[in-house]
Design a protein around this ligand. Structure first.
Ligand code: HAM
Length: 417
């Protein structure tokens, strides 16, 4: 019988990479916490409508990439392809817009699912950390969000990065622009790939995302939304950019950056890491002032946020990704009869908050020391019958090989000092 295999595009993260993965996720979440973003947890599945209406019918995500199924009660359920629609759904359901203390600032981390063609940096299950600031329209908030994402990626260790930024204006700017863009696309009707030809009647802006051969050339001459953005949104954008530049960020203004989700208004941005090839966006986000109404809320309720891809960030880090060591201290028993003492010392260390480990299955001392090295531990504590009788333990520095004897009562101090 063949060994069973997992699902293509749903990676297994094993040690030590899984440790590095956690470290990246923690760096993102810690940065969000520094900004006052509180954790939320929402379900990995939602009624399909949440994404169909939230993410938008014209997007690849909704048209081709959702894991949608009917549950035993006949409801259409979808595994979340992104976090914003679900988090906002939860906020609206909890009555957050009427809570009076706005904006609320939330963060989340978890697994997301898109039926994409798997390749380096593009998976069917991946992990995002995200933040959403709900209930305020203020350029300072957009600047805070954009800067926080940048800082989070830096904190995780990402080196060279580009920040692409654009404004998509407000929904009121769209009808006139869509009409103009569609009129432009009419001239290329015969050359448009079928999905663009079809979708442009839902949202012609998706044509900017189309990767089919020849589309880049067609779109090079397309009218730009920037020329249709209302004055207030334009001034808002200038303020956001000014705040970011004052913090030393170098902005790459990209007036073709529409992003792959339909809900964006005003600020949109992407962080791209050097050396990742085609899948170089390690994170992205923007403002979504119309999304609450798409989800059924009776009046406008604005929001802005980002999501950072943990898997892709790890790819960008490459060799620099650093899993924490498995143990700080490794306890070695010079002979098998000392196993109970070794067990007791490991327990004592762990209780004191020291990551400690030991070997099992009666290995010889040499083999135990080899395992100590492999564990990444800084120190080995060697227990010998003679030493125990004298009330001492040998502390060996695994990097330098130097060793000294320490009184049993001083072991914790020697290890933590
Ligand atoms: P997104 O740009 O679709 O935005 O995804 C954010 C990040 O998730 C990407 O930059 C990438 O690093 C990672 N990612 C997306 N798809 C995959 C995949 N198939 N494999 C590996 N990594 C992937 C959003 O999801 C929005 N909800 C962001 C947002 C929050 N906008 C406002 N608030």
């Amino acid at each position: 019988m063949d060994i069973l295999r997992g699902i293509k595009g749903a990676p297994d993260w094993l040690p030590p990479e899984a440790g590095a993965f956690d470290a990246v996720e923690r760096a993102f979440l810690d940065t969000a916490a520094l900004g006052g973003y509180e954790r939320v947890r929402t379900p990995v599945f939602e009624p399909t409508e949440v994404f169909a209406r939230g993410v938008g019918a014209s997007t690849d995500v909704v048209q081709k990439e959702m894991y949608t199924f009917e549950d035993k009660g006949g409801r259409s359920i979808t595994l979340r392809p992104e976090g914003t629609a679900g988090v906002l759904r939860a906020a609206l359901e909890a009555g957050v817009p009427r809570s009076g203390t706005l904006p609320v600032k939330w963060s989340y981390a978890g697994e997301f699912f898109r039926y994409e063609r798997p390749q380096a940096g593009r998976q069917r299950q991946f992990t995002q950390v995200g933040v959403e600031a709900l209930g305020a329209t203020d350029p300072v908030l957009d600047a805070e969000v954009v800067l926080l994402g940048w800082e989070a990626l830096k904190r995780a260790g990402v080196g060279e990065m580009t920040l692409r930024i654009n404004t998509l204006g407000d929904r009121v700017d769209r009808p006139a622009y869509h009409e103009r863009l569609n009129a432009y696309l009419d001239d290329f009707e015969g050359d448009l790939p079928p999905d663009v030809a079809e979708r442009r009647h839902l949202n012609p802006m998706r044509a900017f995302d189309a990767k089919a051969p020849g589309m880049a050339e067609i779109m090079a001459g397309a009218p730009l939304l920037a020329d249709h953005v209302n004055d207030e949104a334009k001034a808002f954008h200038e303020e956001v950019c000014g705040l970011l530049e004052a913090e030393g960020l170098v902005l790459t203004h990209d007036d073709r950056l529409v992003r792959g989700l339909d809900y964006y208004t005003r600020t949109t941005f992407e962080y791209q890491a050097a050396g990742l090839g085609a899948q170089n966006a390690v994170g992205g986000g923007g403002r979504y002032d119309g999304l609450a109404e798409d989800l059924g809320w009776p009046e406008p309720f604005p929001g802005v946020g980002w999501a950072l891809g943990v898997d892709r960030t790890l790819l960008a880090l490459g060799e620099a990704a650093a899993p924490p060591p498995r143990a700080e201290v490794f306890v070695v028993a010079a002979d098998p009869t000392l196993a109970p003492q070794a067990f007791g010392l490991v327990a004592r260390l762990r209780r004191a908050g020291v990551a400690a480990d030991q070997a099992f299955a009666g290995r010889r001392m040499k083999a135990q020391l080899k395992l100590a090295d492999r564990s990444g531990a800084r120190l080995a504590l060697v227990l010998g019958a003679d030493e125990l009788a004298r009330g001492v333990v040998t502390v060996k520095d695994l990097a330098s090989g130097s060793q000294r004897e320490v009184a049993d009562a001083e072991v914790l101090a020697a290890v933590t000092g």
